[in-house]
Design a protein around this ligand. Structure first.
Ligand code: JFZ
Length: 464
């Protein structure tokens, strides 16, 4: 039986989904590209500061909070009124972090092949993982843990030379100063009580400054901007204040209009996003936080499928784990990260410091290119039935073909190459069974210069 669960948040994104639906209703036989067009990013992003992000390819997202205690959806469970706010907060007594080993988390993240990690400092429920001076809902003063769990994790990440991203929810549904409480209860409207809203902004910006000063993160991952327009959040001011003295910090696109990169919505992009910088966030099962009832885990093959898809389209994958309330990590989540990590290590040359690949017309599968564009990496998911893979329309000479992480040199032959025109012919490259990887075999084609794709329309018959 196929278990089909829907991520909780999706119910709440009604406006976005209905416009998408409209897009599909207008579908009249042509291709509908359901790309993220809502998230506007800045045009003047400093490319220098984006280099590490562009080359990172993999980040690990961590959703850790009260919701792991009962294994219910993060914040949304009370917002959607599946249980009362009071009962939701009872989880405070179960958030022990008794087996929390930040150094082991950081090691696991490093071993996954990730170059950065993004941790939920505070989700929509308002529960802060650090010792904040703003409000009492935090791991130190109210939860069983009675300690700051964010600082040791960030220290451990930095020790492993991982870049640090901080997730911060703009909305705080537990704060009396905030407008929204649950789906059917609003505390007030901003127009009715602008002063109260200003107090909320002071509280929120106070927390942001604490985080900035304590941790100097490399990246801010905002969330929840949809509840108010950018003017209400004063998002320009937020950006200015966070970048002050830290101009190289990167901001995601969920601080409307102020982001440096895009976060594609609803799944792996089918078409290559146009944005220069983007990151897909993705769950391992169907939940962001730990939910023991959700066993719909993607297989390692599927996780690697998604990862390869992202990097071949020039983006990053931000893969999520949801640690348990005691700070331990489910073995299956660990296993997925380690399996991905060992595949990446074997194929690191084809992963890090590469660029998006070439169109599928040239090769039936995902590809990446080395920075100098002289090596084309072909990702072969299946076992070719005649032991050969096919490459078309590349004008360069393939000087050498070899299996990445294995070293075998592969033989090749070309057909349909005519001496009297420029059509480059069709290359068949032998891929012996012994070289096939469990997930993706990667073939490197070393070219005689930067790749040149042949795109003349009429090909071999042009001179007839
Ligand atoms: C948000 C959160 O509400 C959710 O709990 C989780 O933390 C996730 C990573 O981020 O969910 C969203 C936010 C925006 C969209 C989808 C889910 N969106 O723009 O489609």
């Amino acid at each position: 039986m196929i278990v089909f669960r829907i991520l909780e948040t999706k119910n709440k994104m009604k406006h976005k989904f209905s416009s998408l639906l409209l897009g599909f209703m207008c579908f009249s036989g042509t291709i509908v590209k359901s790309q993220d067009t809502t998230a506007k990013i800045l045009k003047d992003t400093d490319h220098e500061k984006m280099v590490w992000f562009k080359e990172a390819k993999l980040g690990i997202f961590i959703h850790w909070g009260l919701y792991a205690v009962d294994g219910i959806s993060e914040s949304w469970s009370f917002y959607n009124e599946y249980l009362s706010h009071e009962d939701y907060l009872k989880q405070l007594s179960g958030f022990t972090a008794a087996n929390f080993k930040p150094k082991e988390w950081a090691k696991l993240i490093k071993d996954s092949g990730a170059k950065y990690s993004v941790i939920t400092s505070k989700h929509h429920d308002g529960f802060a993982l650090w010792n904040t001076n703003y409000g009492h809902l935090n791991a130190v003063s109210h939860a069983a843990a009675k300690k700051d769990v964010l600082s040791p994790l960030i220290d451990a990440l930095k020790e492993k030379e991982l870049k640090v991203g901080i997730y911060f929810s703009l909305p705080d549904w537990s704060s009396d100063l905030y407008t929204h409480f649950t789906t059917s209860k609003r505390r007030y409207a901003i127009e009715q009580d602008p002063q109260r809203w200003q107090q909320y902004l002071n509280y929120m910006n106070g927390q942001l400054l604490e985080l900035k000063n304590n941790y100097t993160p490399d990246l801010w991952w905002f969330d929840g901007d949809w509840e108010h327009p950018p003017e209400a959040w004063e998002s320009t001011k937020i950006r200015t204040s966070l970048l002050k003295g830290a101009p190289n910090t990167i901001i995601n696109s969920r601080l409307t209009g102020q982001g440096d990169y895009q976060t594609p919505e609803i799944g792996v992009p089918v078409y290559r996003p146009e944005a220069k910088y983007w990151e897909l966030c993705m769950t391992l099962n169907d939940s962001w936080g730990y939910q023991q009832t959700d066993n719909n885990y993607k297989t390692s093959q599927q996780v690697i499928d998604i990862f390869v898809d992202c990097i071949s389209k020039g983006g990053n994958l931000l893969l999520d784990i949801g640690p348990k309330a005691d700070g331990s990590i489910d073995p299956i989540q660990k296993e997925r990260l380690l399996e991905l990590g060992s595949w990446i290590r074997k194929h690191h040359k084809a992963v890090y410091e590469t660029e998006k690949g070439i169109p599928y017309e040239h090769f039936y599968g995902p590809t990446t290119l080395s920075k100098d564009k002289q090596t084309l990496f072909l990702f072969v998911r299946d076992i070719p039935k005649d032991g050969k893979i096919v490459v078309k329309g590349i004008s360069n000479t393939i000087q050498r073909a070899y299996v990445v992480g294995n070293g075998s040199i592969l033989s090749q032959n070309k057909i349909a190459k005519l001496y009297w025109n420029k059509y480059p012919g069709i290359s068949y490259i032998d891929l012996p069974k012994e070289t096939i990887d469990t997930y993706y075999t990667v073939v490197a084609l070393v070219l005689d210069g930067p790749i040149e794709l042949y795109s003349e329309l009429n090909g071999a018959v042009e001179q007839n």
